[in-house]
Each structure stands twice: as C-alpha cells, then as structure tokens.
Design a protein around this ligand. Sequence first.
Ligand code: ATP
Length: 513
Amino acid sequence: MDFKQIVSHAKEYGFIYQSSEIYDTLAAVYDYGPNGVELKNNIKEYWWRSMVQRHENIVGIDAAIFMHPKTWKASGHVDAFNDPLIDNKDSKKRYRADVLIEEQIDKLEAKAEKEINKAAKRFGEQFDREQFVTTNDRVLRYHGEKEALARRLAEAMKKNNLEGLKQIIEDLQIACPESGSRNWTDVRQFNLMFSTQLGNIAGEEGKLYLRPETAQGIFVNFLNVQKTSRQKIPFGIAQIGKAFRNEIVARQFIFRMREFEQMEMQFFVRPGEEMEWYEYWKDLRIKWHRAIGTPQEKLRFHNHDNLAHYANAAVDIQFEFPFGFKELEGIHSRTDFDLASHQELSGKKLQFFDPELEKSYVPYVVETSIGCDRMFLAMLSQSLQEETVPDADGKESTRIVMKIHPAIAPIKCAILPLVKNKPELTEKAKAIFNDLKFFTQCQYDEKDAIGRRYRRQDAIGTPFCITVDFESLDDESVTIRDRDSLKQDRVHVSKIQDVLRDKINMESLLRSF
Ligand code: ATP
C-alpha cells in the first residue's frame, strides 16, 4: 500500500488520529486510538522483555520527564542540540538546510538505482550487479557526485559552517519544494528543546526543559541503579518514555513528531571494550527486527558521516519506509562523554570500582535507541497489504490485510457467531468469548455478514477468527480461520487455547532469536 493509504487506514481503523482534530489539529502531534494503543503496547512489551527480561545484566527505570536544568547544560543540549534552518522568502516555508541537501543526495542514489534496475531487467538472470555498479559510467558518475556531496555536507555540519550550508544550497540551485523559488534567507541555528517555567521561580533560574531524549534520566541515575541493583560492569539500563523535540520540518506522519516515545538502553562497559559491545548490539538489534518478521531487504545499516559531539562510532538501522530508507534506530558508542560531563558539572563522582582491574573509572556507554512510533509506522507499512482472495461463493475479491506478527497484533482473536439472530449461536459465542478474554485480547462481533466481519478483522491484523455455527451446538467444536493462509480448521472448544497459544505467545517470539 502507498503511504497515503497507510495514513488513512490508520485513522479509519482506530490506530492513529491527528491531535485535537476538532480544532483543526496540532501539527506533528498524534493520538493513538483503541487498536493503536494495543499495538503500541505490544511493541513496547516486545522491546522491554527482549532487553530487560532476556538479559540478567539489564535493568529498567522510569525517570521523570522534567530534570534539573543543569542536566541539559552537561549533556550539550543547551549549546549544541540545534538544527540548521533556512526560510524561503517567497513561500515563507521553513526547512532544515541539511535535509534539503540530503534530499539531493537521495535523488542521486535514486538515479543510480534506476540505471541498475533498468540493466537488471535487460540482462535478466545473467545480470552481475557488482560488476555493473563498478563499471557503468553513469552509475559511477552518480555515485561519485553523491559521495562528494555527502562529504561536503558532513564537513559543513561538523564545523558548524552555516555559510557553507547556504553555499551548497546555492551551488546545487535547490528550489523550495513548495513554490519552486530559490530566494533563501541565511542559514541559522535553531534549538530543538521545548522549554517551560517553574511556578515558584521567575526568570532563567526557573526555566525547565521537556526532555529531548530519555537517555539523560539514565545517566544521572547511573550510580543509584548500579548500587541498588548490585550490577557489575558490563550492565545496561533500559527505559521507555516520552521525548519532545521542536522539529522544524515535521512531515511524514508519525515518522517525525514533536512529542514521541523512545525505547533506549544504555550499556555501561569498560573503557576500551566499547567497540566489541557496539558490534554485539548491532548484531542483536538486527536479529530483534528480523524475529518480528521484518524482511532483511527492508533493513540496512547506515554509518554516520557526521558523528554527534558525544560519539566515537554511530550507525543507524534504516528501514525502507514508503518514502525511502530512513533511520528507525540508532546505535551509538557514546564514550564516557555523558557521565564525565555530569561528574564535572555536579561535582559528584560517577565512577565504578572494578574489582577485577582493582581501579575506578568512568564507564563507557554503548546505547541502542529506537523510536516506538517509528517502529509502529514500520510495522504498519510492512504488514498492510492489498490482495486478491477467493470468496465464500468461489468468486474472487480483494481484501486489505495486515499481516503482522501474531504476538504483537492488537487483537489476537475474534469470536463470531455465524448469524446474529439465533440466540443459541450468539449465547454460545459469548460464552466462548467470556472465557477466552481471560486468556488473551479478544473481540466479540456479531454485526454484518460473516464475510464482512472477516474483512474487518483482516484489516486490523487479527490472526484468528473463531466462528460458531450450527454444528457447534451439537459437537462443541468451532472453526478457526487463519488470517494469512485462510485455512479453516475444526477445533474442539476445549482445545482453542492450545491451538492459539504457540502463535500468539510472546515467549515463543523471545526464544526465536
Ligand atoms: P533524525 O535524524 O531522524 O532526526 P535523530 O538521529 O535525531 O533522528 P536520535 O536522537 O538518534 O534521532 O533518536 C533516537 C530515535 O528516536 C531515532 O532513531 C528515532 O527512531 C526516534 N526519533 C527521533 N526523533 C523523532 C521524532 N521527531 N519523531 C519520532 N521519532 C523520533
């Protein structure tokens, strides 16, 4: 399905609504509806149990959104959490200068891909991609231009060279996507943190920030957690929570929001061992994505050309969203930057005494950081499909089906009486529902013809539909319909849980990688 269809499906089926819709919405803020909150909770559960439950050396916390303002001074966010913005004087639209340039880089890659795909079609089975990419003149030119531009952008970003960014925009003759005009302002820095004011202290002193990342709640609690959980290095602290960023360009639905949720884990290691752990977490995080059914070809690593002020290595796990490969998760080797800065600014020691090395040190940190909402969008976009299937009467019809892993599907099974106006059927179906609701998230539905009810469940990804028909009254059995294969099995009522358990169970998923 294309991106537009995904967005409207998300609204129509109660996954995601725009915030404050009756007041014409609040840009880049979204609310999760009844199916959305179930799916989001399941994604969070999958992450939490993979991180915390599966690792005896990872523990969780839930820190507050507000933190002492000095936190953000120490972390570098007050001085350096900026995006370079540029305004178009004619359209009055505001853009991120680096994003405008990145779009040009993507265009060059797309041009190269087009040549490669054309050749692949022409040569068929004999096509040698590697050879073509390294010898074809056009592809070499596009790739060369792309790399040169990426280097130029990285250089300007690293040196905070705002004139340099403007110069690239002028050299490439980038036009405003809205108006086509090239009448740009200078590039300026814009801090992404939202601020608010404490009630009892006036002025700068009382200025508070809404946290732009959850990580700092973990760093400032490093010693509290290490001591109270008696962990030894290496160990990790995990957290799921809201983060806020005053994004300049907030487009692409829940991909870039001003209020969003992060799932972050900071792993504390001995200095010098961080690269081994960095590789370990890269590998494990890809396995996590693969286990939930994300195809390998939709995932790729993308090394940062432009390292953040705190990192000595950083990679994104990119996912192929409907608008191209974009960052889904970041894995960063943050050195001792955060703990050392908090130690310096607070005057409190944030060190670990390593009994094996018999010395104290500020640990190094490898973090994995994924946006829950981006993961949600990745799940929607990879699992929503339109397909042709045989109807009950043998004809063909199209259905929209969400082929999502059963363990994270919002509703695990629907219980449907074949028809609504036969009390013996509805009573039996309700009795089954009233039992199964203690086992898993179920829905009872008797409205409309059975075919339409199946379609409704397909559209929200319900892996199993249980139909109660007239035979059920005699033989105590029901039909269980599988969402993906459409296979229907006759099962005794007492065996329903056994049939469902293995497929919808998070445990099997957690054991699978
Ligand atoms: P981007 O380059 O896309 O702005 P980032 O590199 O600033 O992202 P991080 O600071 O590494 O992002 O944050 C970790 C994760 O949090 C990202 O991988 C992403 O999944 C998520 N995230 C960051 N910003 C947003 C946002 N505005 N809306 C939704 N999710 C976000």
